[in-house]
Design a protein around this ligand. Structure first.
Ligand code: CP
Length: 326
C-alpha cells in the first residue's frame, strides 16, 4: 500500500478503509504513543489547521483532537455550531467549501438521527480537505480505532476473542447507535467472535447485521445476535455493555421500552459468568449505577481509562496520515 494514498482520504467510516490501511493507522498510533511516553516531539503537522465542528457535547473527542493537533505542531479551531451560520441554515456545501479553503481537514460531530452521516457526506463532496468523522448518527470511527488499539494492546492476538457488545439501561442522555454499530462492523474483520445482545426493540438496522456477518465470513470471525443478556456474558473475553437508543424502530421515543429493561445492567454477578480475565470496556461517558455498577467500572477488569487515553494516540494517527505529507 502506498501511504501517500491515505493523504486527503476521508475518515467517515472504517468500513471504507481496508485492513492494510487500518493496520497502518494502528501502527502509527502505537508509534505516537511510544513517543508521547518518551517525551519525543512529533511535529508532523507543523502549521497545519483542522476545523473541529461540534453539533453536540464532547469531552474525549474534542480534547483528544485539540491536544493531539497541538502536539503534532498544528492548530485546531474549535467550532460550536450553535455560533456558526449553519444555525441560520447555511448549507453543508457552502460551509465545507469555505472552511476547507482555510484548513487541512474538517472534522465534525453530528449525531442527529438520519441527518448526521448525510451532512458529513455532503461536506465530503464539496471539501478540498479530508472530512474526519467525530461521530455521526451511524459511525464513530475514532472510537472504533481506539477500541481496537486497546484490544490489541491488552489481549495481543485478536483472532477468536469472544467479544460481547451488550445493550445497557441508561437515563443520562439519548445515546447514538454509532459506537455499537462501528464495533459490530469492525471487530469481525479482525477475526473476533462477536455477540451483539439487546432486548427486543433495540435492534441495529438490518444492513448492519448483514454487513457484520459478511465481514465475519470474509475474515474467519463470527457474528451473532441474541436477546439473552446472560448468554452474552458467558465465557466472554471482552464485554462492552453500553446504552443505545431505540429510534431505529421507534422514532417517536420508546421510553416504555427503556424502562422495561432496567435489569440490563453490568453487575459483578453477570461479570462472574465471563472468562476469568474478562476485560470491561466502555467508550464513556458511562451512566454509573444504571449501565454499570461502580465496582465493575472501577474494578480490576476495567480498562476504560486506557481506552480513553488511546483516543489521543489514534486521533493523532488519523490526522497525521490524512493531513500529513509533502
Ligand atoms: N467516547 C466519546 O466519544 O466521548 P465524548 O462524547 O466525550 O467525545
Amino acid at each position: 500500500m502506498k501511504t501517500e494514498l491515505l493523504r486527503g482520504k476521508d475518515f467517515i467510516t472504517l468500513q471504507e478503509w481496508d485492513r492494510e490501511e487500518i493496520d497502518t493507522l494502528l501502527d502509527v498510533s502505537f508509534d505516537l504513543k511510544r513517543k508521547f511516553a518518551m517525551g519525543i516531539d512529533t511535529p508532523y503537522l507543523e502549521y497545519k489547521t483542522a476545523m473541529l465542528m461540534f453539533f453536540e457535547e464532547s469531552t474525549r473527542t474534542r480534547n483528544s483532537m485539540e491536544a493531539g493537533l497541538a502536539q503534532l505542531g498544528g492548530h485546531a479551531n474549535f467550532l460550536d455550531t450553535s455560533t456558526m451560520q449553519v444555525s441560520h441554515g447555511e448549507v453543508a456545501k457552502d460551509t465545507a467549501t469555505i472552511l476547507s479553503s482555510y484548513s487541512h481537514a474538517i472534522a465534525c460531530r453530528n449525531c442527529f438521527w438520519e441527518i448526521g452521516n448525510d451532512y458529513l457526506r455532503n461536506m465530503a463532496e464539496n471539501s478540498s480537505a479530508p472530512i474526519l468523522n467525530l461521530q455521526c448518527d451511524l459511525y464513530h470511527p475514532m472510537q472504533g480505532l481506539a477500541d481496537l488499539m486497546t484490544i490489541q494492546e491488552k489481549k495481543g492476538e485478536t483472532k477468536e476473542l469472544n467479544v460481547s457488545i451488550i445493550w445497557s439501561y441508561a437515563t443520562s442522555h439519548k445515546k447514538p447507535i454509532s459506537v455499537p454499530l462501528t464495533q459490530a462492523l469492525l471487530f469481525p474483520r479482525y477475526s473476533m467472535n462477536v455477540t451483539l445482545a439487546h432486548p427486543e426493540g433495540f435492534e441495529l438496522p438490518d444492513w448492519v447485521i448483514e454487513q457484520a456477518k459478511e465481514n465475519a465470513e470474509k475474515n474467519n470471525g463470527t457474528f451473532k445476535v441474541t436477546d439473552d443478556m446472560e448468554e452474552a456474558y458467558k465465557e466472554a473475553d471482552i464485554v462492552i455493555p453500553k446504552n443505545w437508543g431505540s429510534w431505529v424502530n421507534h422514532p417517536d421515543g420508546g421510553e416504555d421500552l427503556l424502562e422495561a429493561n432496567k435489569d440490563w445492567k453490568c453487575t459483578e454477578e453477570v461479570m462472574d459468568l465471563a472468562a476469568d480475565d474478562v476485560m470491561y470496556m466502555h467508550a464513556l461517558p458511562a451512566d454509573r449505577g444504571n449501565e454499570v455498577e461502580d465496582s465493575v467500572i472501577d474494578g480490576p477488569h476495567s480498562v476504560v481509562y486506557g481506552e480513553a487515553e488511546n483516543r489521543l494516540h489514534t486521533a493523532k494517527a488519523v490526522m497525521t496520515v490524512t493531513m500529513g505529507g509533502k
